[in-house]
Design a protein around this ligand. Structure first.
Ligand code: BDP
Length: 674
C-alpha cells in the first residue's frame, strides 16, 4: 500500500520529457566486477528505476550507451575524503553523451548515494549537471526501539513490534528489512532493538541461547549499513549469569561481561554495543554497590573495547520516588548533578546519551545544561520521535522544528558559537564518539507510524542529524514530494500543516514551558493536577496567586545556574527569560506581563482558544486535498485530524477553566470559559 511504502513510493514519472531524460542517463548502469548486482544499493536502484522510469536498466561492465550511469567504489585519495559513509555524484561530458558517476566511500556510502539520487529523481530534479559530495555530519545516527519481546512497545503508538512476536524474535524479518531500507534511506547507521527497560526475556538476549536469533536481525540490518545494539540489564550477571552480585568492581562480574562480550562478537562481528539505563526508574545499576556511573559504564566499556564496541550510558537519572512535599529537590537538576562531577572519568568508548531537555520530552523545555558542561566526556543527543508527550501520533506534531531549536542552542561553553549541534557532531570538544539517538515511532501498523503524517518525523530525524544545517522546511518539502508527489498544491498545504503543527500543539496544551499537565501513566490528554501531588518531581505549582517553577538561584532550586553565564543570566531573570520558557524557570503572578505585552493569564486564554482553532483549521486545510492524493491516505489522515480537532477543544476547555478558577481573572475578550 502507499502508506506502507512511506517515502519510498517510486511513483512512475508521467511527464514523458522528464522520464526520457532520466532513461537516457540511467538506462545503462555500468558496474565494476567488485560490486555485486545483488548488493542492496544496486537492488534498490533497479527496483526504483523499474518503477519510476518503467524500464529494465541494462547492467554492464563497460558502457553500452552513449550516456550512462557509472557506479564505483572510492579509490586513492577519495577513500580518505569520503570516508566509508560518504559519496560523490557527478555528471561529466563523455564522447557522445554524459556520464553520471556515483562513487561510494564504502558500501554504506554507496547506499546513501543511491538514495540521494533517487530522492532527486522523485522530485523530478535534473541530474545531468550534478556535482554532489556528501558525508554525514554526525558519527552515530541511531534509533532506539523501545520494543519488548512480548510484542508490546513502550510508548508505541503504531501497533505491535515488528521485531518480536509472542516472547520471541520474529521469524518473519521482511518487515525488519523494509524498516532497515527506510532507515538507511535517511542515513541511520545504528538501531538498538530492545527497550531501555530490559525485562526478563530481553536480559537473556546476550546469552548463547538467544544470540543466534539476535544475529539474524543483525544480518538483516547489516545489509543496509546499520549496526545492531542491545539495551542491557545492569543486573544481568545475577539474572542470567548465576552470580550473586552485579558489582562492577567485582572480578567475577567483570569476567562475566568479558565472556559475554566475546560470545556476542562471535555471533555478531560488527555488534555496535550496549545501551544502558541504570539507576533510573527502578532499573538496577552501580548505586546498589556504592559505585558510581563511571564505575558501571567503564566496566562494560572494558568488556567491549577489545571488539570495538561502545557503551551508550543514559543520563536520564533522577529520583522518581521523591516526596512531593519536599519541594527543594528539582528533577530538572538531576542529570547535571549526577554526571558533571564525573567528567573525565569515563573510558573513551563510553558515550553519555542525554535527552534534549532536562525533564522528559515535553512539548517545550530548555536544552539540557549537560550539553556544554562536560568537556572531557563523549556525549550524544537523545530525541523522542515517538510522540509520547506530543499527541501520541493521533495529533499532528512535526517535531523537526523543535529539534532544530535544540541543536541551534548556543551553550556558550567555549564562548559564542558553542552550539549544541557542535557537541553532537563532536567538534566542540574534540570528542572521539558523538551523535544522536532517538526513540523510534514505528510499529507494525500498515503505515508504520500510526498517523501517516508522523512518518515525516522519522524521515526528518534521519535527515536532520545527517546534516543539522538543513531547514525544517526543506526537510518537510523533501518528505512531502517523495511521499505524496510533486503537485504544488499538495506540497503547499501539507508543508503549511506540518510547519505550524508543533506551535499549534503547544498552544492548546501546557502553557509557557510548564509541562506535565497530562494524564498520569499513559500521558495522553489533559489532566491539570495529574502530576502535581505525585512522586515524579513534576510540578507546576499553580495556586490562586500564580504559577510556575522557581528555578532561579536566589529564591528557587538553582537550576538556572547550571547554564553558562550568559544563558544563566537570561533564564534567571523573569524579565529576560524567553516567554515560551517563563514558567519553566519562574513562579509568577497571573498578572505578570510577558515580553509579548500580554499577561500570563491572558496568554493562556488566548493561546488555548487559538490552538483549538488552529487544530480545527488543520482539518479544513486537509479537506482541500481530497482527490489530489489517494483516498486511503486521505481518509485516514482526515480521521486523525478530526479526532485532534475535538481533542484540542477538550484541552482548551480544561486548561482555561482550571486557570480561570484558580485565578478568578476573567478573559479580557469575554469568551466563555466554563
Ligand atoms: C519516559 C517514558 C518511559 C521511559 C523513560 C526513559 O515515559 O516510558 O522508560 O522515559 O526514557 O519518557 O527511560
Amino acid at each position: 500500500s502507499k502508506s506502507y511504502k512511506a517515502w519510498l513510493q517510486y511513483e512512475k514519472i508521467e511527464t514523458v520529457g522528464i522520464r526520457n531524460a532520466y532513461i537516457k542517463q540511467l538506462g545503462n548502469i555500468v558496474l565494476p566486477a567488485e560490486i555485486s548486482e545483488f548488493a542492496p544499493a544496486i537492488r534498490e536502484l533497479k527496483v526504483a528505476i523499474r518503477a519510476m522510469l518503467g524500464i529494465e536498466p541494462v547492467v554492464s561492465e563497460r558502457p553500452s550507451n552513449p550516456s550512462y550511469f557509472r557506479i564505483a567504489m572510492a579509490s586513492g585519495e577519495e577513500v580518505e575524503q569520503l570516508g566509508s559513509e560518504g559519496y560523490r555524484i557527478r555528471a561529466s561530458r563523455v564522447d557522445a553523451g554524459t556520464c553520471l558517476t556515483l562513487v561510494g566511500g564504502g558500501t554504506s556510502g554507496l547506499i546513501y548515494g543511491v538514495f540521494h539520487l533517487l530522492r532527486l529523481i522523485g522530485a523530478n530534479e535534473p541530474v545531468s549537471e550534478l556535482d554532489i559530495c556528501e558525508k554525514p555530519v554526525s558519527q552515530l545516527r541511531m534509533l532506539n526501539q523501545w520494543d519488548n519481546a512480548d510484542g508490546s512497545i513502550e510508548r508505541g503508538y503504531a501497533g505491535q513490534s515488528i521485531f518480536y512476536r509472542n516472547g520471541q524474535i520474529s521469524e518473519r524479518l521482511d518487515r525488519v528489512r523494509d524498516y532497515a531500507r527506510l532507515a538507511a534511506s535517511v542515513g541511520i547507521n545504528g538501531i538498538s532493538i530492545n527497550n531501555v527497560n530490559v525485562h526478563k526475556t530481553e536480559t537473556a538476549f546476550i546469552t548463547p541461547g538467544l544470540l543466534p536469533e539476535v544475529a539474524k536481525v543483525a544480518d538483516v540490518l547489516r545489509a543496509y549499513g546499520i549496526r545492531l545494539y542491545l539495551s542491557v540489564n545492569f543486573a544481568a550477571p545475577i539474572q542470567v549469569g548465576g552470580l550473586a552480585t552485579a558489582d562492577p568492581l567485582d572480578a567475577a562480574v567483570q569476567a562475566w561481561w568479558q565472556e559475554t562480550a566475546k560470545a556476542i562478537y562471535d555471533y555478531i562481528p560488527d555488534f555496535g554495543g550496549f545501551v544502558v539505563k541504570a539507576d533510573s526508574e527502578h532499573r538496577p545499576g552501580p548505586f546498589t554497590y556504592g559505585r558510581d556511573h563511571a564505575d558501571g559504564a567503564n566496566m562494560l566499556a572494558d568488556a567491549l573495547a577489545p571488539f570495538g564496541g561502545i557503551v551508550i550510558w543514559r543520563c536520564f537519572v533522577y529520583n522518581c520516588m521523591q516526596d512531593w512535599r519536599d519541594r527543594t529537590t528539582d528533577r530538572a537538576r538531576a542529570a547535571y548533578d549526577h554526571f558533571t562531577p564525573l567528567d573525565g572519568s569515563f573510558k573513551d568508548n563510553v558515550i553519555l546519551q542525554i535527552k534534549n531537555g532536562p525533564m522528559d520530552f515535553q512539548v517545550r523545555e530548555p536544552v539540557s545544561p549537560l550539553f556544554g558542561a562536560m568537556t572531557k566526556t563523549n556525549q550524544m543527543m537523545e530525541f523522542q520521535v515517538t510522540q509520547e508527550y506530543t499527541g501520541q501520533q493521533r495529533h499532528l506534531c512535526y517535531l523537526v522544528p523543535q529539534w532544530k531549536e535544540a541543536l541551534d542552542f548556543d551553550t556558550h561553553a567555549q564562548g559564542e558559537g558553542s552550539y549544541v549541534k557542535r557537541v553532537a557532531d563532536g567538534s566542540l570538544f574534540g570528542a572521539k564518539h558523538s551523535g544522536f539517538a532517538a526513540v523510534s515511532n514505528i510499529g507494525d501498523d500498515d503505515n508504520w507510524t500510526g498517523h501517516t503524517l508522523a512518518q515525516a518525523n522519522l524521515y526528518g530525524y534521519g535527515r536532520l542529524i545527517w546534516n543539522p544545517e538543513l531547514s525544517a522546511q526543506q526537510i518537510a518539502d523533501e518528505w512531502i514530494r517523495q511521499t505524496f508527489g510533486n503537485d504544488d498544491q499538495v506540497i503547499n498545504v501539507i508543508s503549511r500543516m506540518l510547519m505550524g503543527s508543533w506551535q499549534t500543539y503547544e498552544n492548546y496544551t501546557a502553557p509557557l514551558g510548564v509541562g506535565w499537565m497530562v494524564a498520569p501513566n499513559h500521558h495522553y490528554g489533559p489532566d491539570v493536577d495529574g502530576y502535581e501531588y505525585s512522586r515524579w518531581g513534576t510540578y507546576h505549582f499553580a495556586d490562586r496567586d500564580g504559577i510556575g517553577v522557581d528555578r532561579t538561584t536566589n529564591t528557587g532550586t538553582g537550576y538556572s545556574a547550571q547554564y553558562h553565564a550568559i544563558n544563566a543570566e537570561v533564564y534567571g531573570d523573569a524579565v529576560k527569560c524567553p516567554d515560551e520558557l517563563l514558567l519553566f524557570f519562574h513562579h509568577v503572578p497571573y498578572t505578570h506581563r510577558l515580553q509579548s505585552g500580554k499577561t500570563v493569564i491572558q496568554h493562556i486564554y488566548d493561546t488555548h482558544f487559538e490552538g483549538a482553532e488552529q487544530a480545527d483549521d488543520l482539518q479544513k486545510q486537509w479537506f482541500a486535498l481530497e482527490g489530489l492524493i489517494d483516498s486511503a491516505r486521505y481518509g485516514h489522515v482526515r480521521e486523525r485530524l478530526r479526532e485532534q480537532a475535538q481533542h484540542a477543544k477538550q484541552w482548551r476547555d480544561i486548561i482555561n477553566t482550571y486557570f480561570y478558577r484558580k485565578s478568578g481573572i476573567p478573559d479580557a475578550q469575554g469568551r466563555t470559559i466554563y
